[in-house]
Design a binder for this molecule. Structure first.
Ligand SMILES: [Zn+2]
Ligand SMILES: [Zn+2]
Length: 289
């Protein structure tokens, strides 16, 4: 089965070993994919054996992977005001960047975390400090992509301004390794009206962090209402965002080559579900031509 070799892909399972990931991307016809490099709900920090890394890289080469990324652990909170949790999170994040480098991944996607004491400015500073520390400790080409979040509660990263502030807090040359992961579901529920004011959203992006810094999209429709801050992903075109903004994203000149990864519901049969969403997105692109 061959890959399409376009910019579309999905989050794939690494059940049975990290080196199984590329074959699962191939199964859905994608040369772009996202993985977890460890159990995302555990603190345990596995190392990647050389043999595993070699097999993973060989598999990526075999399928012709063009963009590979990991998503950091859900437990990590780089904005935490609790010194112990912050330290543990910073070490866990450094481990993630290290594994990504060993595997030859292009990037690590990170959720900016929660300022649980309500001090957002402090949370942003702590986040920038932890990311800087990891980049100093782990040199290399792996990029760090700050994911726009749904903006619930004390979470950082639910506004374009937050993303810009975190990057501003990271000194050069490390700042140059930072980019943005734009999740369409998160943007929508955080109050960015992709359906009603698509151009306006991107003007706001340009006025803050700069849309040229979007290096990855997470393409997800939303099961929850606009502005609800509730993060529930839906299949493309089946949620409250609707098909329109996805058609526009697929055909925007400045975004056509930016990798786009699905995190849509997999149901009973992940391969069929991912292939269905990928097919739909590819059709949206050709419709416009
Ligand atoms: Zn996402
Ligand atoms: Zn989400």
């Amino acid at each position: 089965m061959s890959c399409e070799h376009d910019e579309l892909g999905a989050h794939v399972s690494v059940a049975g070993g990290i080196d199984r990931g590329p074959a699962r991307a191939e199964e859905i016809g994608a040369a772009v994919f996202q993985i977890f490099t460890k159990q995302p709900n555990r603190w345990a920090e596995p190392t990647v054996a050389d043999a595993t890394a070699d097999r993973f890289r060989a598999e990526c080469a075999r399928i012709g992977a063009t963009f590979t990324v990991s998503h950091d652990s859900y437990l990590i909170n780089l904005a935490s005001p609790d010194p112990m949790l912050w330290r543990r999170s910073a070490e866990c994040f450094r481990g993630e960047v290290l594994r990504a480098g060993l595997l030859g991944l292009d990037a690590v996607v990170t959720h900016p975390g929660n300022a649980t004491d309500g001090d957002r400015v402090g949370g942003i500073e702590r986040n920038a400090e932890a990311i800087t520390e990891a980049l100093v400790a782990v040199p290399g080409r792996t990029r760090i992509l700050l994911e726009l979040t749904a903006g619930a509660g004390t979470s950082i990263g639910g506004t374009f301004e937050d993303l810009a502030s975190i990057m501003d807090g990271i000194p050069e040359p490390h700042r140059s390794r930072l980019g943005v992961c734009f999740d369409t579901c998160h943007a929508w529920v955080a109050g960015y009206d992709l359906a009603g004011d698509f151009e306006g959203v991107w003007i706001r992006a340009d006025d803050t962090f700069g849309s040229h810094r979007v290096e990855l999209f997470h393409l997800n429709d939303a099961r929850t209402p606009f502005g609800s801050r509730l993060d529930r992903h839906a299949n493309i075109g089946e949620g409250t965002i609707g098909i329109g903004p996805f058609r526009r994203l697929m055909n925007q000149g400045r975004f056509t080559s930016v990798p786009k990864i699905l995190e849509t519901p997999k149901g009973e049969d992940a391969v069929t579900a991912d292939r269905m969403n990928l097919r739909l997105l590819r059709r949206l692109r050709t419709e416009e031509r």
